[in-house]
Design a protein around this ligand. Structure first.
Ligand code: GAL
Length: 671
């Protein structure tokens, strides 16, 4: 799907968070001059400026911000203007300590950091909306204004609050969901452990308890918490739409492996344009693969449309245990990888590395060392690369493979009291994505309720919780001709986290033609051998099942471990398509062999030049297509493609070589 980005935004915008209030006027002048040198055309302003804009309940100071807006406009830089509600000022907490968030253990989180507010607090809501309206009224006609930025990373530090105000709001949410307390008792299965409620007033958030809290209570609390922050976003957005019509509204998501609290696939429907913050996991030697998956998922939250990379880092961050600096060229590779997967802006946190505060060791576009630095030279180079590839803006993708992804399934899958702690929700999704990418198969990551009719391969990884409708849609996709592959611990429970009876994997049992009578999770670090996937054996760990065939054929078997002799991989013809089941956690080699077979069987097109460390993606627009090649490896990569390579400006005729560590973007076709 392709669509034009909001016209108020610079094409393939480049820039980042700008916090001029941390610096004197002379530095601010230098900032604007260096932004010009670096080609910055979009700055995010006022994200953490509440205390400066409103130093007291009825004291306002917009003068400094007026000046910043004017100066940036004069410098030709557009502004992504925050509503400034992300971090309440100390005076507000002093007046209203009841707005502070409380952990499940009953610990109050005090001001002194950021985001110290309870998402359900009416006091916070009232003051935030007052500020949001004041910002909208003051800047709606400012010529620099390109985009409204609601709050910042809603839920980054305070996604779940367990205070009494939250408890009351949770009860209201439950009343709306269940109508009466009997409905709640049924859904939560409260006949267990004497948990029956006689009245909603008895219900609490899942605070620290002597034993595992009720799983459906936990699941509903996650739903409630995501909905509450989304409701806050919508309240600010509605004010902005009312007061400042025509200016698009966003809020920055955190689609990455570490963040699961917000159901971004639902949130995305409420934003005018999706934006995302993404930070590499320093300890992961293949962090670029997680980046590619997250970028595809971000495109999924945007309904397939282009989105904005609101934040990433030029080099190290400051909040991981060990903060690895990026290697030469890595920042440009990461940036282009995001664009390859649909980003129409490349922005960073932050413009100038701070001198003071908790983020002073976080990299910026302009490092402490100044412009005589490798980081700065790469920033300038990146800006030139982005200018060269600007024509991709607005283009989308036309992938033939989909991975189904659902935050509710993530929440349910990783609750406590399960067969093993080693089943992680994103694990199989990322591994199939990795294997497909290595073969040059582009992937959409979509919600189970998405239209699956255009996909020839549908991957259903660890979809623990699934509705009847979603299970039926997966079956329909197979019947209509798709190859479907379901992995273990899928289809186990309904939306209330109640087990689907009669044998696992309940919701997919018929489709797959298998019936599992017992899970056989493996001991920590224990590997088993599986045969039948090509020559020799492949390894697997974490999971096995006591699986019987009920219509499917066994493709591979366990050679040892608790499921020795049992099928590990099955296949069943269904209508015009095929349904596969993977009943163990295959190591990478096994996934690679399986995926190669699936790609072949489904007859998927493959992008040229892809390899395990050579990321290839195609964006498709109304006027053509662009092949992105990001060479993360240490060898030069040959790519048989014809067209114009935009970064170098050279024509290529089937013989592009992308040097180790470099990127290329080819407008495909004979020019
Ligand atoms: C984000 C946040 C930024 C900055 C950045 C550091 O979570 O939005 O304000 O803190 O991380 O990596």
């Amino acid at each position: 799907m392709s669509s034009p980005p909001p016209s108020s935004l610079p094409p393939l915008a480049f820039g980042g968070d700008y916090n001029p209030e941390q610096w004197p006027a002379a530095v601010q002048r230098e900032d604007r001059e260096l932004m010009r040198v670096a080609g910055v055309d979009l700055a995010t302003l006022a994200v953490f400026s509440w205390a400066k804009i409103q130093p007291g309940p009825d004291v306002w100071d917009f003068g400094w911000l007026d000046e910043q807006m004017d100066e940036l406009h004069a410098a030709g830089i557009r502004v992504d203007l925050a509503t400034a509600t992300a971090s309440p000022p100390p005076w507000l907490a002093r007046l209203h300590p009841e707005m502070l968030p409380v952990t499940r253990d009953g610990v109050t989180l005090w001001p002194g950091g950021r985001q110290a507010f309870c998402p359900s607090s009416p006091v916070y809501r009232e003051h935030a909306l007052r500020l949001c309206r004041a910002m909208a009224e003051r800047y709606r006609d400012h010529p620099a204004l390109a985009l409204w930025h609601v709050s910042n990373e809603l839920g980054c530090h305070n996604a779940r609050c367990y205070c009494d105000v939250s408890a009351a709001a949770f009860r209201e949410w439950l009343r709306a969901r269940y109508g009466d307390v009997d409905g709640l008792n049924e859904a939560w299965g409260t006949a267990f452990w004497s948990q029956r409620y006689g009245d909603f007033e008895e219900v609490l958030p899942p605070r620290a308890a002597p034993a595992f809290p009720n799983p459906t209570q936990q699941l509903d609390f996650l739903r409630f918490s995501s909905d509450t922050l989304l409701d806050h976003f919508v309240a600010e957005r509605d004010i902005l739409h009312e007061v400042s019509p025509g200016v698009p509204v966003t809020t920055n998501f955190m689609v990455m492996r570490q963040t699961f609290e917000m159901d971004y696939l639902r949130w995305g429907r409420e934003l005018d344009v999706v934006s995302n913050d993404h930070y590499l996991i320093a300890a992961d030697p293949h962090a670029h693969r997680e980046l590619a998956f997250s970028a595809d998922l971000t495109r999924g939250t945007a309904g397939g449309r282009p989105w904005l990379l609101m934040e990433h880092s030029t080099s190290a961050v400051n909040w991981q245990p060990r903060n690895r600096a990026k290697e030469p060229g890595e920042m440009i590779r990461s940036s282009l990888a995001h664009v390859a997967h649909g980003a129409d802006a490349v922005l960073f946190f932050q413009w100038r590395a701070s001198r003071a505060g908790a983020e002073k060791f976080h990299s910026g576009l302009l490092p402490h060392a100044g412009t005589d630095s490798r980081q700065w030279r790469e920033v300038v180079e990146l800006s030139q690369v982005l200018d060269a590839v600007e024509e991709v803006v607005g283009s989308g993708t036309d992938n033939q493979a989909a991975i189904l992804f659902d935050y509710e399934a993530w929440w349910g899958c990783e609750l406590d009291s399960h067969p093993t702690v080693d089943v992680r929700y994103r694990d199989r999704a990322e591994d199939f994505h990795r294997a497909l990418s290595a073969l040059g198969v582009g992937v959409d990551v979509v919600h189970p309720s998405a239209d699956l009719s255009s996909y020839r391969l549908v991957v259903v990884p660890t979809l623990y919780l699934v509705s009847d409708e979603a299970a039926a849609a997966v079956t329909a996709a197979a019947e209509a001709g798709a190859t479907v592959v379901v992995t273990y611990f899928s289809g186990i429970v309904d939306e209330n986290d109640h087990v689907r009876l009669g044998g696992y994997p309940g919701a997919f049992r018929e489709l797959l033609g298998v019936r599992t009578t017992e899970f056989l999770p493996l001991a920590e670090g224990h590997t088993v051998r599986v045969s039948g996937l090509g020559q020799g054996e492949v390894l697997a760990d974490v999971w096995a099942e006591d699986l019987e065939l009920a219509g499917a054929e066994a493709v591979a078997h366990h050679l040892d471990g608790p499921a020795a002799g049992r099928p590990a991989l099955t296949r069943r013809s269904v209508g015009d398509g095929v349904a596969w089941y993977v009943a163990t956690r295959l190591a990478a080699e096994g996934t690679d062999r399986l995926v190669a077979r699936l790609v072949e069987e489904a007859g998927l097109d493959r992008l040229p030049g892809a390899a395990p460390d050579v990321e290839v993606a195609r964006r498709v627009g109304a006027d053509g297509s662009w092949l992105f090649v990001v060479n993360h490896g240490s060898q030069d990569a040959p790519v048989p493609v014809t067209g114009t390579e935009l970064v170098s400006g050279r024509d290529v005729a089937g013989d592009l070589v992308v040097p180790a560590g470099r990127v290329a973007v080819v407008r495909e076709g004979v020019s």
